[in-house]
Ligand binder design. Structure first.
Ligand code: P6P
Length: 337
């Protein structure tokens, strides 16, 4: 029986190697326990009346599911008292979530999408929690402002997600590769099961919501048309398509077996800048994908180099197997030129 390494043991190893501080280790362990709690509620679903609409809207003007609200509360309450954080930002909350004054502040900023893929909750399809950690640039005794969060993705100290699927997994990078942990529901806690996940450079699998084809820009229409022409077209090979409409599930498949995931700019979302959010969806996923040897761009620039302008900013996302991301990006830049 191979030795079981817990998430704690893995993180202590990263701390001893000087890659993370003790406080960052403790922060990541709190986030993992919060994910375990979210997963427990998600898995009970209708049994605890957790399905359906909350009857409220989030900052994006989208109807909130009950589990969106529950997951957000779990993450805020788990992280506010530990003394590791200076502030938090959530997809579900318009402004910066300050640490209550009766708790100490720490050196880090935590950003998260508490439950991504909400449209899949009621149909029992895999959903997840996405998180990102930045260093607080502000003096410790001051409340961080939105501007303190607006750091490019290459500043991230850690990024990851929990995926609530057939198993609950935590996928994490602290800048030394991508590592996945599987929840042992009987014993409690995450066990190290997937060391150094890598994205194959080449792929024959793509993920996009093809119903938007008439709204895409010309280079995206060209790229997808070539994939659909398969071996009879310029690519000379057949491709397969998957679209779960849950970013965490689609990206997890790309991290596990390769692929290219795309939510490009289209006429429907152009005015908003894209569909997916930069700070707590695109940036953490881009860090994971790059750490696994893949690439992540907007179609025109590296996602991790974008200087954010707003906390809930949206961007186009093209990420996954490097050869395909580079091809799509080249088509966009050729068209612009
Ligand atoms: P569409 C879920 O709502 C989400 O934010 C991502 O998780 C997912 O990739 C995308 O939107 C799905 O969008 O337009 O296909 O429903």
């Amino acid at each position: 029986m191979p030795q079981r390494i817990s998430l704690t043991q893995f993180l202590i190893g990263e701390q001893r190697a000087g890659r993370i501080s003790a406080d960052l280790r403790l922060l990541l362990e709190v986030v993992a326990r919060a994910a375990e709690a979210i997963g427990a509620t998600v898995s009970k679903g209708a049994l605890v009346g957790a399905l359906g609409e909350a009857g409220t809207e989030n900052v994006q003007g989208e109807a909130q599911k009950k589990l969106d609200v529950i997951a957000n509360e779990i993450l805020l309450q788990a992280n506010e008292w530990g003394g590791h954080l200076a502030a938090m930002a959530s997809e579900e909350v318009e402004t910066v979530c300050q640490i209550p004054s009766d708790y100490p502040k720490g050196d880090y900023l935590l950003l998260f999408d508490p439950l991504d893929g909400s449209s899949n909750i009621d149909v029992n399809v895999t959903i997840g929690t996405i998180f990102s950690v930045l260093r607080n640039p502000q003096a410790k005794d001051k409340n961080p402002t939105e501007a303190d969060f607006l750091q490019p993705g290459h500043n991230q100290l850690a990024a990851g997600y929990a995926t609530y699927g057939p198993s609950t997994q935590l996928v994490l990078t602290v800048g030394n590769g991508v590592h996945a942990f599987t929840l042992d529901r009987e014993m409690g806690g995450f066990i190290y099961t997937h060391p150094f996940m890598t994205v194959p450079v080449e792929t024959r699998e793509y993920a996009i919501n093809a119903s938007n084809v008439r709204y895409w820009e010309a280079p995206m229409q060209r790229y997808i048309a070539e994939l659909q022409q398969g071996k009879d077209g310029p690519r000379g090979s057949d491709f397969n398509m998957r679209w779960i409409a849950s970013m965490v599930a689609d990206v997890h498949r790309v991290l596990t077996r390769g692929g290219i995931f795309m939510y490009p700019l289209d006429e429907k979302c152009r005015a908003k800048g894209g569909k997916l959010r930069l700070m707590y969806e695109a940036n953490p996923m881009a860090m994971l994908i790059e750490q696994a040897g893949g690439a992540a761009t907007t179609g025109r620039e590296r996602i991790l180099d974008i200087v954010p302008e707003r906390l809930h900013q949206r961007v186009p996302v093209i990420l996954g197997s490097r050869a395909e991301v580079e091809r799509v990006t080249a088509y966009h830049l050729d068209t612009d030129a």
